[in-house]
Design a protein around this ligand. Structure first.
Ligand SMILES: CC(=O)SCCNC(=O)CCNC(=O)[C@H](O)C(C)(C)COP(=O)(O)OP(=O)(O)OC[C@H]1O[C@@H](n2cnc3c(N)ncnc32)[C@H](O)[C@@H]1OP(=O)(O)O
Ligand SMILES: O=CC(=O)O
Ligand SMILES: [Mg+2]
Length: 360
């Protein structure tokens, strides 16, 4: 275990000081693109202003014979594109692969100043984070980076889930964790071939009425990922880092995608991956609180004055705890409004409408 006293000392001479607080700009959608795919690469400049995070993916989804091209493509794109306020992330290959070492060396030395976060797949435990932590410090020192790169782990092995708390707290570089339901299903030997979402066979059934065990028994499909997402959220929040839902593979099923993203949002996740342009607006909608929720949160905050005691609002009890719940929503809305003029307008309109309703 690393001593708390030296947790914030650089791991290489000349590397930048580690961050003490994880930056939390909007990251509602982490949009994946394959830098070796010319069609996707051509869309990056147009996509940049529409997404919170663009991620150049080098791992699964990129064929083995295009790994080098993907790496070189990402270097080119990072140098040639104005990303504005949009963050640039990458997902490197897994540490047991023949490509990971060159991914890290090339990307940090060539475009380390452009990258915000390095996503690491198939993290099994703190040992994987310690490895990348030291290596990044050495590379940062070599090229003289002044800002440390942050690390994001994918939770996609049974071992990783068993060790999720130690992963979340393994380094001051830890920015967040995403659920990886495809690899995790394989690792656990779950019998689903879907990428995220529920399964018609995983259900609860209402009790029988009368003697017929088949008649009138409604079933409800369940979320296969509930336990893991909840566990991941607790591990992340306990360590001051950010939880994300990962991929939803049925691109055409925009309804189920929205439901899966919303489950994650309600449980505490700050964003999800978008694999296709069609999923960008779903994530924006789901991970931005609805104007009515924001208006309600602001009403509770206003009614609670200094935030202590108990009051009744529209028949609902409010107290010190509910005002904290409402601050989560209101603070998220303020942060998003700062970035997104459309949302700023929607939240301002809802605030004005609430004021009017109260005055009447
Ligand atoms: C389990 C995991 O690890 S998930 C993460 C790894 N996987 C990925 O990153 C997958 C990323 N996404 C993709 O590869 C693609 O979206 C696919 C394969 C799912 C579907 O691709 P297509 O069959 O081309 O979809 P579709 O025909 O609807 O695409 C429409 C257009 O959007 C483009 N497009 C598709 N996905 C993306 C994307 N992620 N980013 C930018 N552009 C995209 C296509 O190139 C196509 O361009 P065109 O109009 O110039 O021809
Ligand atoms: O990498 C993501 C996954 O679901 O696997
Ligand atoms: Mg995976």
């Amino acid at each position: 275990m690393r001593s708390p006293k030296d947790f914030f000392a650089p791991l290489a001479v000349g590397a930048p000081d580690p961050v003490r607080e994880i930056p939390n700009p909007p990251s509602r959608m982490i949009h994946f693109f394959d830098p070796s795919n010319p069609k996707m690469a051509a869309k990056v400049p147009d996509l940049a202003p529409k997404v919170d995070v663009l991620l150049g993916n080098l791992e699964d989804g990129v064929t083995a014979d295009r790994k080098e091209e993907a790496r070189a493509g990402l270097v080119r794109i990072a140098r040639d594109t104005d990303f504005g306020r949009t963050q640039l992330w990458t997902r490197v290959n897994s540490f047991d692969s023949p490509w990971a070492l060159d991914d890290l060396i090339t990307l940090v030395t060539e475009i380390g100043d452009k990258l915000d976060v390095i996503m690491v797949p198939k993290v099994e435990g703190a040992r994987d984070i310690h490895y990348v932590d030291r290596l990044l410090a050495q590379l940062e020192a070599r090229v003289g980076l002044r800002r440390p790169l942050l690390v994001h782990a994918i939770l996609e092995t049974a071992g990783g889930v068993a060790n999720v708390e130690e992963i979340a707290g393994a380094s001051p570089r830890m920015q967040g964790i995403s659920l990886g339901p495809a690899d995790l299903a394989a690792s656990r030997r779950m019998k689903t071939t879907r990428v995220g979402g529920g399964h018609p066979g995983y259900l609860v059934r209402a009790d029988p009425v009368g003697d017929d065990p088949h008649a009138g028994r409604t079933t409800y499909q369940q979320d296969l990922w509930h336990y893991t997402v909840a566990r991941m959220v607790d591990a992340c929040v306990a360590h001051g880092i950010l939880p994300y839902y990962g991929p939803f593979g049925d691109i055409r099923d925009v309804v189920a995608c929205e439901d899966q993203f919303r489950n994650a949002y309600l449980l505490g996740c700050v964003g999800a991956w978008s694999l296709h342009p069609a999923q960008i607006d779903i994530a924006r909608k789901v991970f931005s609180p609805a104007p009515t929720e924001v208006a309600w949160a602001r009403r509770v905050i206003a009614a609670m004055g200094d935030g202590t005691g108990a009051v009744m609002l529209d028949g609902k009890m409010q107290d010190d705890a509910t005002v904290k719940q409402c601050r989560v929503v209101a603070e998220l809305a303020d942060a998003l409004a700062e970035r997104d003029p459309e949302l700023a307008e929607a939240y301002a309109v809802s605030a004005a409408a609430t004021e009017e309703a109260r005055a009447e």
